[in-house]
Design a protein around this ligand. Structure first.
Ligand SMILES: [Fe+2]
Ligand SMILES: [Fe+2]
Length: 131
C-alpha cells in the first residue's frame, strides 16, 4: 500500500474527504498493479486516475468559485501543475508502458504532492467553504 489510511489529512468538508478517499484507493490499486507488472490492469487504472484527477480538481474549483474563495487562483495553479505533470507521465506510459517510471512518479511526486496540497490548500479551502 503506497498511501496508508490517515496519511492524507482530513479536511472540514465531507465531500472533499470522500473525493480524496476515492483517489487514494485508485492510486493504491495502480501502485499494486505496477508492482506486479500487470500492464493491462495498470493501463486501466491510469485511465481511471486521469479521469478521477480531473474530477477531483474541477469539483474543488467549482466549490471555490461558488464560495468566492480568495485563494482560488493559487489553489487552481497548484492543480494545473499536477494536471500537466500527470498528463506527461500518462502520455509516456501510453507509449512505453514503463512500470518503473510511473511507480517512481507516484512515490516521489504525486503522493508527496497530495499530502502537502491537502494540508496546505484543501484544508484552508474546506474551512472557508464549510460542510
Ligand atoms: Fe483535493
Ligand atoms: Fe485541491
Amino acid at each position: 500500500m503506497l498511501i496508508k489510511p490517515g496519511e492524507i489529512q482530513k479536511v472540514a468538508n465531507m465531500f472533499m474527504n470522500a473525493v480524496h478517499e476515492d483517489e487514494i484507493e485508485i492510486i493504491n490499486q495502480l501502485y499494486e498493479a505496477l508492482k506486479k507488472n500487470d500492464v493491462e490492469e495498470a493501463d486501466k487504472l491510469m485511465d481511471e486516475l486521469l479521469v478521477d484527477l480531473e474530477d477531483h480538481f474541477s469539483t474543488e474549483e467549482e466549490l471555490m468559485r461558488e464560495a468566492d474563495f480568495f485563494g482560488y487562483p493559487m489553489h487552481k495553479a497548484e492543480h494545473d501543475n499536477m494536471r500537466r505533470d500527470f498528463k506527461g507521465v500518462y502520455d509516456e506510459w501510453k507509449s512505453s508502458k514503463d512500470t518503473r517510471k510511473v511507480m517512481k512518479f507516484l512515490e516521489e511526486k504525486m503522493v508527496p504532492w497530495l499530502k502537502l496540497h491537502v494540508a496546505q490548500w484543501d484544508s484552508v479551502t474546506a474551512m472557508h467553504i464549510g460542510d
